[in-house]
Design a binder for this molecule. Sequence first.
Ligand SMILES: [Zn+2]
Length: 212
Amino acid sequence: MSEPRAPRDGAAVLETDLFVPAREARFLEVPAGRILQIVDVEGHQVGDFVAFRAGDRSEYLSPAHTCSCLTKLIPQVGDRLYSNHRTPLLEIERDDVGTHDFVVPCCDAERYSVDYGIHDHANCRDSLQRGAVEAGLDERIRGELAANIFMHNVVTSEGRIETRRPEQVAGAAIDMLVLEDLVVGLVACPQDLSPCNDFDPTSMALRVWRPE
Ligand SMILES: [Zn+2]
């Protein structure tokens, strides 16, 4: 496990350090005002992230609305992430990586059966669904609601989406100020057949910090 790097140059206290094993998902509640940190524990790993408003889970993080509100494909430091009602839910304070994908859905069973002919492959959607049930949530997880954190997708000059190896190393993190009370979930993507996770899915962590 990497040594936690505190947000805001150390002016924050670690409240929760939730390990997310490779291929699995974990959920937690985060109140407004905390800093949520998504950590790549071992390096070269993508995490698929979902968030719902705690008081009304019919409102949730929407990668598509975020791209629309920001008029950009990849949120950067200082940008906010928006809900399906265009409410800002999170604000990026620091980002060690800078590559994310807010366009494609998370991987699902059909991704592996249709594209690779493999049935019963671990996938982000099913892991998120299992994690949600374990956390007592009755949400139906939809792949298009997942933001692909640290995914190194680029748009080529021909307009194609190309998946490359994530370049970040162990301990890389993104820090986001939580703007509304949220329930969040993260899955450590199990894709081992493309450069998405450098062909070797590994673990991640969700950390909650209280600013001092
Ligand atoms: Zn995945």
